[in-house]
Design a protein around this ligand. Structure first.
Ligand code: FE2
Length: 265
């Protein structure tokens, strides 16, 4: 079993800027890392930090440098996939020495941890919000599933293969969830799919395998399925997730919001 800390949707900006002119995502990331550093003993030993995309909001080199430095404070191996806000080559440059990162092309990778294989998939289509899995990405996944030395496999991608009912997010979802389901259909190991993008906790399935989405580190989208639902974000609840991999493991969200306790029962 491997244990991962899943962080998602950091949306870091260049110095002096705010994401959507509202969120100081640099300060939010720094305070989240501070808080997580104080919680690591309670969480238990971790094997890696898995970042499921939208590391940057503006794609700037400065945003990636800051994110890399802050994530580095956790002193754990980093595994990173791009999101729709990311710039592939700027992300690659910043994390080249820290994460399994192809030198060119799509940022698809395979990482073997104790008892578990992690496969990172690149769904970024630069210039649009929605994501897509290319043929070469699906080929890599198929090969990774067939050749896995472990009984557990985690598939990490930014765009989840499920629909939330939030119209403005479903409009920029994953175009070809069916292709992912088909690719995983014959897997003989236990597969779980983890994603971000929707800035909230959702559980569903792709084919026969569970899908979980992590809360964002910077903001949240309300579950508002009305036709006239306002398009926009809320400042919270923010959070991340811990994944104990494998069929007996759990995926759990940690909300990074202020609360007092523990109080005795
Ligand atoms: Fe996204």
């Amino acid at each position: 079993m491997a244990r991962l800390l899943q962080l998602s949707d950091l949306h870091v900006v260049a110095p002096g800027a705010r994401a959507s002119d509202v969120l100081d995502t640099r300060a939010l990331l720094r305070s989240a890392i501070d808080r997580l550093l104080g919680s690591l003993d309670a969480i238990g030993p971790l094997d890696a930090v898995l970042v499921t995309g939208d590391v940057s909001d503006d794609g700037s080199a400065a945003s990636y440098d800051f994110a890399r430095a802050e994530l580095g404070r956790l002193d754990l191996p980093l595994l990173v996939v791009p999101g729709n806000h990311d710039q592939r080559d700027a992300l690659r440059d910043a994390f080249a020495d820290a994460a399994p990162m192809p030198r060119e092309g799509l940022i698809d990778w395979v990482a073997d941890l104790p008892g578990c294989r992690i496969v990172g998939l690149d769904t970024l289509v630069e210039g649009q919000g929605g994501g897509r899995l290319r043929v070469e990405t699906l080929d890599l996944l198929g090969e990774a599933v067939r050749g896995s030395p472990h009984e557990a496999l985690v598939v990490a991608l930014h765009h989840p293969p499920l629909r939330t009912g939030i119209r403005f997010m479903d409009a920029i979802g994953l175009e070809n969830s069916g292709a992912l389901a088909g690719c995983l259909d014959g897997a003989s190991c236990f597969v779980q799919v983890v994603a971000g993008h929707v800035h909230g906790v959702y559980h569903g399935r792709v084919g026969r395998w569970p899908v979980s989405t992590a809360p964002a580190l910077c903001s949240a989208f309300a579950l508002d399925r009305r036709v006239e639902a306002p398009v926009g974000f809320w400042t919270g609840p923010k959070g991340c997730a811990v994944i104990d991999t494998g069929p007996d493991g759990i995926w759990t969200a940690i909300l990074l919001e202020d609360a007092d306790g523990p109080y005795a029962f």
